[in-house]
Design a protein around this ligand. Structure first.
Ligand code: CA
Ligand code: CA
Length: 165
């Protein structure tokens, strides 16, 4: 039985990794950037001012970082480089978060005192949120400890509650 659970969670991990990979390849194609760049370049002069680029949230926040040669405008290369890096980072983070969620779920299932309980696990930026109902204070603490021990976990928000009799 134990082996079966282990097997199941590895399959899940592989499936997750594969679907995220496909998503990454689809999403980070080059063709979209030129279209988006032209869409922002309101006066059609081939560069983006802070106001033009600022229509995208990413550049409203990080215009100065994206403007590598600090000439006060973004050319298409600066725009594409910054945006594709930011998108890759997002994809990586989402993959990391799903891997953490799977690992936490897997470890909770392996724990004798917790495996029969329905604990919901969510991960956002490495922060794991545990929620659901358990039977004892020990189970709350144990689930929190298990989650905190998983590689890549920054912190645990333990919102587990005791079941009312
Ligand atoms: Ca322009
Ligand atoms: Ca520039």
């Amino acid at each position: 039985m134990k082996n079966y659970t282990k097997f199941k969670s590895s399959i899940l991990l592989i499936a997750l990794a594969m679907s995220s990979q496909a998503f990454a390849l689809d999403d980070v194609g080059d063709s979209g950037y030129t279209t988006a760049f032209k869409g922002l370049d309101a006066d059609n002069n081939g560069t983006l001012t802070k106001t033009e680029a600022g229509k995208e949230k990413l550049f409203a926040k990080h215009f100065n970082v994206a403007d590598k040669d600090t000439d006060g405008t973004l050319d298409e290369q600066e725009y594409t480089e910054y945006k594709s890096n930011a998108e890759k980072k997002t994809v990586k983070r989402v993959v990391k978060d799903s891997v953490i969620t799977s690992k936490v779920k897997g470890s909770l299932l392996k724990d004798e005192s917790l495996k029969s309980l329905k604990v919901s696990v969510k991960t956002n930026h490495g922060v794991v949120l545990l929620s659901g109902f358990v039977e004892t204070e020990d189970q709350i603490a144990q689930a929190g400890k298990i989650a905190a021990d998983i590689e890549g976990v920054k912190s645990v928000e333990n919102s587990l509650l005791l079941k009312k009799e």
